[in-house]
Design a protein around this ligand. Structure first.
Ligand code: DHB
Ligand code: FE
Length: 283
């Protein structure tokens, strides 16, 4: 059976793509952000996952406001990157993991999640930048199963529903008849708001409590309604739902404990409080 090795939660911001392109990793503005990644890369170099299941939100590239699935799972042999409008250079295509895609899709539908399946899917910065940050050199060494969660257009799925979906994805991975190693990524958050009267809103206290909860009490954030999460973290801060799905995927199996590999938190990059957290699953 496949082995679920751990998870990585990270913020995504289009400007990171520009900074990578311009080689600004050591620049004083960017260093506190990029500096969080080497210990996690070192861990990944040791545990060597073959596949990544990527929870992220599409930002109007593959889905626009006229057709917005709550949950969508990629089932494509390859995912092409495109720019949803920020002008950041695109990355080469990412390889899919079709067998795991269908394993997840079949499991989710069996467990009564009415998902959209995408046999073609363009991926935006939220899917591609975490992969580039974790494997900056050369071709991306992992295959990918992208899973989109709508945090763009209301109504958004409740935190408890996202948690249940993430857990079902974890069960699907654990039951996958493969000798491959799988890591789960949650791409989004933490607190930020890009528009409206509260543009620039950041909530460090909540972010740090949320990151801590993922180690000690992963269901903690499910107590909040979507409106409470938006109030606390901002209209885009609600992207932290990706981290919740990611962590829920690790709660399956006889041993559901985790060990912290590394974390980082830095305010701000662009408008966002950036978080980074890697947890290894204890088997
Ligand atoms: C920013 C953050 C995001 O999550 C995003 O999708 C776009 C922009 C920002 O802080 O600039
Ligand atoms: Fe975003």
């Amino acid at each position: 059976m496949a082995q679920l090795i751990g998870c990585i939660g990270t913020s995504h911001i289009p400007a990171i793509g520009g900074a990578i392109h311009k080689g600004l990793q050591q620049d004083p503005y960017w260093k506190p952000f990029f500096g969080g990644f080497p210990p996690i890369r070192e861990w990944l170099g040791r545990v060597k996952p073959d596949v990544v299941v990527m929870f992220y939100n599409d930002h109007g590239l593959n889905f626009f406001l006229d057709k917005m699935p709550t949950f969508a799972v990629g089932a494509a042999p390859q995912y092409n990157n495109a720019d949803e409008g920020w002008g950041i250079p695109t990355l080469p295509p990412f390889k899919g993991e079709l067998d795991l895609s269908w394993q997840i899709i079949n499991t989710l539908v069996e467990k009564e999640f009415d998902i959209v399946t995408c046999q073609e899917m363009l991926v935006d910065h939220a899917c591609t930048l975490p992969l580039k940050l974790l494997w900056p050199e050369g071709d991306c060494p992992v295959t990918v199963v992208p899973i989109c969660i709508n945090t763009v257009q209301f109504p958004l799925p409740k935190a408890s529903r996202v948690y249940a979906m993430g857990r079902a994805v974890g069960e699907a991975i654990a039951a996958w008849d493969s000798d491959k190693k799988v890591a789960v990524i949650g791409s989004g958050g933490l607190s930020h708001q890009l528009d409206g009267e509260r543009a620039g809103h950041i909530n460090k206290e909540f972010d740090l409590q949320f990151m801590e909860s993922l180690q000690s009490n992963p269901e903690w954030a499910t107590q909040f309604s979507i409106h409470e999460l938006v109030e606390k973290t901002g209209t885009q801060g609600v992207e932290l739902l990706m981290w919740l799905a990611m962590r829920a995927a690790l709660t399956t199996g006889p041993a559901s404990g985790v060990r912290k590999v590394h974390s980082n938190y830095h305010i701000p990059i662009s408008n966002t409080a950036t978080g980074l957290l890697a947890l290894e699953k204890i088997v």
